[in-house]
Design a protein around this ligand. Sequence first.
Ligand code: SF4
Length: 784
Amino acid sequence: MLSSKTKNNAIETQPEKEGSTSVFWNSCNVNCGGLCLLRTHVRNGKIIRIETDNMGDDSYGNHQIRACLRGRSMRKRVYAPERLKYPLKRVGRRGEGKFERISWEKAFDLVAEKIKIIKEKYGNEAFYINYCTGSIDAMMSKSWPPDSSPMGRLMNCYGGYLNYYNTYSYAQINTALSYTYGKGWAPGNSMSDIANSKLVVFFGNNPAETRMSGGGIIHDLLTAKKRSKTKVVVIDPRYNDTVVAVADEWIPIRPGTDAAMVSGMAYVLINEGLVDKEFISGYCVGYDEEQLPEGIPEGNSYRSYILGLGPDKTAKTPEWASGITGIPEDVIIHLAREIGQAKPAYISQGWGSQRHSNGEQTARAICMLSILTGNVGIQGGNTGARENGYTIPFASFSDLKNPIKTAISVFLWTDAILRGSEMTSKKDGILGADRLQSPIKFIWNFAGNALINQHSDINRTSQILEDDSKCEMIVVIEHFMTSSAKFADILLPAVTNLEENDFAISTRISASDMAYVIFNQKAIEPMFECRSMYDMCAEIAKRLGIWEPYTEGRTRNQWLLYLLEKSRKDLNDLPESLEEAWKMGVYKKKNPGDPFVAYKAFREDPVANPLDTPSGKIEIFSKQLWDLSLEWELPEDDLVPALPEYIMGVEGHSDSLRKKFPLQMITHHYKQRTHSTYGNVDWLKEVAPQQLWINTLDARKRDIQHGDIVLVYNDRGKCILPAKVTRRIMPGVLSLPQGAWFRPDKNNLDRGGCANTLTSLRPSPLAKGNPQHSNLVQVKKYEG
Ligand code: SF4
């Protein structure tokens, strides 16, 4: 049996030995926001079983970090027959998937040689590290953020690479809220603060499916709700699992119309005297005409917009909001009154509601409910943004900075291949320079599937990548022949984290109010010829003449020891050696203070602690956006308003394209996969098969029965998959679980049910982010 004792919040363990079976600690590092603990049972050099955390107890802060079915099935990924075994070089057309085996020496030589040529010919801006989050919480094999990854370190030693800003998860909210709350990430109160709330309102926040691990947010939410017994309202087109688990009320809403709902509620709050005027006058700008910045004409305040005194002369009544959102008028009025009367109220949004063509406006609008009711900066309240978690100061593998300062929006890399040197700050949101110096000519892609599967409009993206005169080299480092890997010129097989030593550190997303470090210990020797990313980059560094700055003379284990020692300066109860760390397995630390309250210091003293906005206050009206909308070259139909107004957005509910494609299609995170990771595990496919969620009424109109194979299509692509006919999705809306592996047949019909056959490459107006939930489609029974 496993022995354990608790000391200084850290659990000490002895490695388990059951006859000839050894147990090694490891983690599930994928991008789900979980970071769960795995206990890998090994017999005769082979993994025979994976279990999860069996330490601690049920008291919060010492609770188990239990893995879900995905993590527990990791053995199936390690031993998958389709595992990449050797370095490969493309021999066919790019994307065709034809490769020949080469030696590691040859692979390193080819990559290093091309790096030298690209640098010489186009400069360092021609290198790009694609958005890859398949190994997100690891230390030495981190795939995101790029600067902390091995290939980021390598490129930073060699003159740098083209940066990106934002992510595919939260581009619109991240950009938009920096105009409301100031530069940088706009946090929310921690989920455990719900214990102090009188009402909880979630716009699309769904931790039961997106943060379902034992260490994470859903556990925190359940614990907090139990303590406060507060009412939870969830607004979402889909009756998701968070509704099932904790909600007292579900309000279905048409996708992309949240800002209209908020405006209707703001109308009620203003007219019924439920606005916190003291908070508005002391902490905000732009609420009414008196608060408008100098030079802005009357009628442009938020109050004027809501009451119909602004340029559009339309009062945002609950009736108006009902027509757009599909929510009955009395439901909007009732919820507005509840929010206005319950103090404190915890209002938050997940990231699904902002991943739209009008997502910036949605994100800003939802925050208005917190702002109007003075719930920002107080215990039990929230900013309207997503919850924050507790973190601990653990050292980072690479703190080298990229010498190149130019950055594109993460979603625009396909544009940067096609028309790189034409892209400018005012047209494409380039940061750090007026325009790009070079198109992207070389792509690194490690532990990511966003070259194809997770990027939008797969058919168009494939065409762009197929042309190897544009992007001249793509290096993919992977475990499997994914759809992205098929586009590699050089394809290198990587070890899984069960085949290497590493650390995994919880983040503000995975940790909630208990932070932790998992000390991953290699359970088995590397499979086939697979190698670690750190070692691959060290070999390439040697050929580029930068081995010394890249490695600093350390092996992988020496780095781990160095980082452990460095971290002990702040966390003095960390283990002193790798051997001790592997015995300990996991180091847990509960937040010693109260739950995190975002902008607490600002609330306590806004003069001494101003926000990082031009006014130092919350900017309901943004003069920066007012100016930007006059300066930027925006495509037709793209708007960047200074106020958090409702804008329909491209392929929104009232788009005329609905005559041809009448259904709105969103996507959701699904238990079978973390994005596309685990998408090839048959156990998980059996438990949670890929299905298109369609409402009973929409199915009946089309004679679709539950389980029928259906064809979903628009002008960008088509895919087939079984239908899940259910009243858990509102009429007029389809939801297709994202991340399924793209499997095109010879007619380019995707038989995998991959959502990105249908999504658009047109970026959102301000963040230039991915609008992957704004899709108009049609569906019918598949007759093929
Ligand atoms: S997929 Fe996420 S929730 Fe599941 S084990 Fe891995 S980290 Fe945990």
